[in-house]
Design a protein around this ligand. Structure first.
Ligand code: KG4
Ligand code: ZN
Length: 338
């Protein structure tokens, strides 16, 4: 089955072609219009998707060596995300589905991230524990089998990626801040100061990042200009250490409690070098296999959407032309069948 995946939920316009699990192409166009705003401006995102969606799809088809008529089905993100941005991809997919007479399926973006673990030659095997860490989500889910989820916990306030972005903005770094902090943290001293770990004393699989963010803010404001310049990398390193530590702790506790021997990490923050290293080390100590998707499949991309859509289309699920975009869609919601 050849699937064309389309992703426009936030600030990446992406299209990918899959031949079953094999990724033939995965084109990602990251919007630059938000750089001066310190975050994504929804209206600018929708307009940029409108300009990009057709060329990005054409490039994905060309790089994949297939034409539109050879596509067996379309998979498109229909939530969660920015409603205007989602509607661009969704309406494009409805259009090509109507023109070609091939089915399409609305895909949950979070489910797409889970499925980034199934994209490579040696994919993870079910059951596994999935840690979803992105700009919008921080969530622990048991993936019992394909498309079968048991949610264990999620953030009660900020997502971890959001905390990375907000701390970066505070330190005067450009958006998105995660990769900037990752880069600077490598040059800083993680022991420079001890920042608090959210909810670490509670027996829960939930997360909290607002306290950590406020602690960094308070510390940063207590420094003079010269000290801020001297310690910028140290603050990044200490913040990243705390942000990562609680993710690893919760994940290992959950794997133990549910007797799971495999962990898959997904979402933009899965690209973080500190998290990759700490999670692998913790897994090795406990005999747990830790799987990280390739870097290109960690941040938003259409290959993961096509992979999740493939699983649903194979089961005979399809979406109707009346399907809407759902900005707050949760993992496990079956709105794609409405
Ligand atoms: O999955 P994603 O591309 O979009 C959402 O679904 O949110 O994740 C984007 C998030 C941003 O917050 C970005 O700062 C973060 O992932 N991110 C990172 C790194 N690369 C991206 N955070 C920490 N370290 C990184 N290397
Ligand atoms: Zn995402």
């Amino acid at each position: 089955m050849k699937i064309l995946g389309i992703e426009t939920s936030c600030d990446e316009t992406s299209a990918a072609v899959l031949d079953n699990q094999i990724v033939l192409s995965n084109v990602i166009s990251s919007q630059q219009v938000h750089l001066n705003f310190g975050g994504v401006v929804p209206e600018l995102a929708s307009r940029a998707h409108l300009r990009k969606v057709i060329p990005v799809v054409e490039q994905a088809l060309a790089e994949g060596g297939v034409c539109l008529a050879e596509i067996d089905g379309f998979a498109v993100t229909h939530g969660p995300g920015l409603v205007g941005a989602l509607l661009v991809g969704l309406n494009y997919a409805k259009g090509v589905s109507a023109v070609t007479g091939k089915p399409y399926i609305g895909v949950n973006h979070i489910e797409g991230h889970v499925y980034s673990n199934f994209l490579e030659d040696s994919p993870i095997e079910c059951p596994f524990l999935c840690l979803l860490v992105s700009g919008g989500h921080t969530q622990l889910v048991v993936v019992r089998d394909h498309l079968e989820y048991q949610a264990l916990g999620k953030t009660r306030d900020d997502a971890v990626g959001e905390a990375f972005d907000k701390v970066a903005k505070l330190l005067g770094l450009p958006y998105p801040g995660g990769p900037q902090i990752d880069r600077l943290a490598a040059q800083g001293d993680p022991e420079y100061t001890e920042f608090p770990l959210g909810l670490h004393k509670e027996k829960t699989f939930d997360f909290s990042y607002s306290g950590l963010k406020t602690a960094v803010l308070t510390h940063w404001q207590s420094l003079g200009a010269a000290e801020q310049e001297r310690h910028q990398a140290d603050v990044c390193a200490a913040f990243q250490k705390a942000a990562v530590k609680i993710l690893v702790k919760r994940t290992m506790e959950a794997a133990k409690k549910y007797g799971l021997k495999a962990v898959g990490v997904a979402g933009g923050v899965a690209a973080n070098s500190g998290l990759r290293k700490a999670m692998k080390t913790a897994g090795e100590k406990r005999g747990i296999v830790v799987h990280f998707p390739k870097m290109a499949f960690c941040t938003d991309n259409a290959a993961m959407i096509a992979r999740a859509g493939l699983e649903r289309l194979k089961r005979g699920e399809t979406s109707k032309a009346t399907l809407n975009a759902f900005p707050s869609l949760q993992l496990g919601d079956a709105r794609h069948l409405l």
